[in-house]
Unconditional design. Structure first.
Length: 129
């Protein structure tokens, strides 16, 4: 028999096929063999990039929520301070009235008296050089 006349039925060699990425089973995922596949290894830089991006997004959202909370607190504090300023201003106007000043002078027994003469304007002449 010639070498060319070999029976093809009994040849044990199979052509080598590249394994395409197929969805693994749960067992492959749990034991970690999914991570050793060539496809996953080639995509590892992209997976790491996505993980870093996800962490940055989470951090950014946390920071934004913190700023919104702080802004709300400051708005509340501003409203309270504005109301307090209006109250103090009204009280100051009330206490600075002439009648209220006289009441406080009498109450504290101070030896100050109300002026009976109206104020006079002082007009200064031109200065000579």
């Amino acid at each position: 028999m010639d070498a060319d006349d070999k029976n093809i039925e009994f040849v044990d060699e199979e052509p080598v096929k590249k394994r395409a990425f197929k969805g693994g089973s749960v067992k492959d995922f749990i034991d970690g063999s999914v991570l050793t596949r060539d496809f996953v290894m080639r995509q590892l830089p992209f997976i790491i990039f996505l993980a870093i991006l996800a962490i940055l997004y989470i951090g950014n959202r946390y920071h934004a929520e913190k700023l919104v909370r702080r802004s709300g607190e400051l708005q509340t504090e501003l409203k309270e301070l504005r109301a307090e300023a209006i109250t103090v201003s009204a009280e100051l106007v009330h206490l600075s009235r002439q009648s209220e000043v006289l009441k406080l002078l009498r109450k504290n027994n101070l030896d100050l008296f109300e002026s009976v003469e109206p104020p006079q304007r002082i007009v200064a002449g031109k200065r000579r050089r």
